[in-house]
Design a protein around this ligand. Structure first.
Ligand code: NAD
Length: 365
């Protein structure tokens, strides 16, 4: 096995590695060093477990191991599922030095991380992400959460993993639509802070869509190192980390307005980023040509670029007002000065947003 790419999230004593490469699930000698104690609970779901669980469990020989396989889907990122994780840990007689291994996409990662943050006030956990979105985003940075009927990610904690094991060969089974949704988050990193990476993505688009192993590993490493840098400077989102939400205020509003499930998260973010870019142009903060380049790259990745028909712009605006990032009723958005230059804009005029949303409904899709 060739040496994986390696990125470190620098957080003093809580620093941790992200290993990226094909076949890493089988490389237990590497990742076992991140486990603590004798007790390990592997959490996965009924789509991912049949494909990959055995490879992880084989690497845990000699330890007290239990597995928990949850039903697939965001609908199961709940307190009930967290309670099932706690019951499994209790069944394993896990103490404070137990480890949870999260094997799956962002749903399993967020839920397992949340349970790890709570069990005996915090135990170790290791992320083994198997979707592109989880590899470049949710498995890194320590945001964990479950959903409530009242809203997504309402109950959560910051709890960093002890390692992130990105086995890129697991992407071979990822459905095409999920891959493309993950590519939206990849584009986000270029858009928000790295113009050279954005250009590279343009050049490598075909290779990425064809799941070329080298191109994917390089893209994932680039995203992870950008996120690692931001997280190490601003772990709890007092400032800079908010830039990672480029496109997300629009995107979350779209997800709610269309009903969860119609648009994948990454698809909503693609539309959202483009709205943020168009709004930046309208507010004369950025050139229209940069938004055009973003639109072209997203379209090349087969991502949606216009707001689905039938959505009322006023309703989207109302939903955007509910965003966690707003301060004192003012609309605080992540906009940009152009490709690679996102910025936090504290008080955006509702009128301008509404005009961009109305145009976004009519854009070519
Ligand atoms: N914590 C964070 O910082 C953060 C950031 C972004 C998103 N999130 C969260 O991530 C979640 C979305 O994550 P996601 O997009 O990975 O969704 P997901 O976990 O639901 O995975 C998408 C689908 O792909 C399947 N799948 C996973 N890996 C596979 C593989 N290798 N082969 C075949 N099928 C596979 C899953 O079972 C699921 O059906 C949301 O809950 C979101 O809130 C968290």
């Amino acid at each position: 096995m060739s040496e994986p790419l390696n990125v470190t999230v620098e957080l003093g004593a809580r620093s941790y590695p992200i290993w990226i490469g094909p076949g890493l699930l089988d490389d237990a000698p590497r990742w076992r060093s991140a486990l603590r104690g004798r007790h390990v609970l592997v959490v996965s779901n009924d789509v991912v477990a049949p494909l990959y669980l055995q490879r992880v469990v084989s690497g845990l020989e000699g330890l007290a191991v239990s597995t928990l396989i949850l039903p697939d889907g965001e609908a199961h990122k709940t307190l009930d599922s967290a309670a099932r994780v706690f019951a499994a840990l209790a069944g394993l007689k896990a103490s404070r030095d137990a480890t949870i291994v999260a094997l799956g996409g962002g749903v399993i990662g967020d839920l397992s991380g949340f349970a790890a943050a709570c069990w005996m006030r915090g135990i170790a956990f290791v992320q083994m992400p198997t979707t592109l979105l989880a590899m470049v985003d949710s498995s890194v940075g320590g945001k964990t959460a479950v959903d409530l009927p009242q809203g997504k990610n309402l109950v959560g904690a910051f709890h960093q993993p002890r390692a992130v094991v990105v086995d890129t060969s697991t992407l071979s089974t990822l459905p095409e639509r999920e891959l493309r949704a993950g590519l939206a988050e990849v584009v986000k990193y270029g858009a928000l802070g790295d113009a050279a990476f954005f250009t590279w993505l343009d050049q490598q688009a075909d290779a990425l869509l064809a799941r070329d192993a080298h191109a994917l590993a390089e893209a994932i490493a680039k995203c992870c190192s950008q996120k690692a840098g931001i997280v190490s400077r601003d772990e709890t989102e007092q400032g800079e980390r908010a830039l990672l939400n480029f496109g997300h205020t629009f995107g979350h509003a779209l997800e709610t307005a269309t009903g969860y499930g119609r648009l994948l998260h990454g698809e909503a973010i693609a539309i959202g980023m483009l709205q943020a870019a168009r709004l930046s142009t309208r507010l004369q903060r950025a050139a229209a040509s940069d938004a055009d380049r973003l639109q072209a790259l997203l379209a090349r990745f087969g991502l949606p670029i216009s707001i689905p028909p039938g959505i009322d712009p006023q309703r989207l605006l109302d939903l955007m007002r509910l965003d966690k990032k707003n301060v004192s009723g003012r609309l605080r958005l992540i906009l940009w000065r152009g490709i690679g230059q996102a910025e936090i804009v504290p008080d955006v005029e509702a009128e301008a947003i509404l005009m961009v949303l109305e145009k976004g409904l009519r854009a070519e899709g």
